[in-house]
Ligand binder design. Structure first.
Ligand code: FES
Length: 125
């Protein structure tokens, strides 16, 4: 397994994300409410730069739970690909429109003030 320090905690304020490069990989590192997540910067649709989308937001959901009325959900946990707008739930990597598609996830941890990406291991959560 490879690990790489990709910045300092102050470089990733809550609610922010940015793309880092580790070798040939581009990985989007997200800080959502103090928890860190890593996703590949490559959209399964047409290989767009998924993690270069604007800030993570939420999405409209209509389901049995809401009696099929639209409600805002997953605030701060959804990234939309800048090319065609497919949305992904950052903590799980799940595509919202096609739940059978799940992105690879990279474990991201803190070592003191260092933000560390673990390449070659999936998060345990
Ligand atoms: S390449 Fe991402 S939505 Fe098309």
């Amino acid at each position: 397994m490879t690990t790489a320090v990709v910045g300092r905690l102050a470089d990733f304020p809550e609610g922010s994300h940015k793309v880092v490069r580790i070798g040939r990989r581009e990985i989007g590192v997200f800080n959502i409410a103090g928890r860190f997540y890593g996703l590949p910067n490559r959209c399964p649709h047409q290989s767009g730069p998924l993690c270069e989308g604007r800030r993570a937001t939420g999405t409209l959901v209509a389901d049995v739970e809401s009696d099929w009325r639209p409600r805002w959900d997953m605030e701060g946990e959804v990234i939309a690909c800048p090319w065609h707008g497919m949305e992904y739930h950052v903590p799980t990597g799940r595509c919202l429109a096609h739940p059978e598609i799940t992105l690879r996830r990279y474990e991201v941890t803190l070592d003191g003030e260092d933000v560390v990406v673990h390449v070659g291991s999936a998060p345990r959560r």
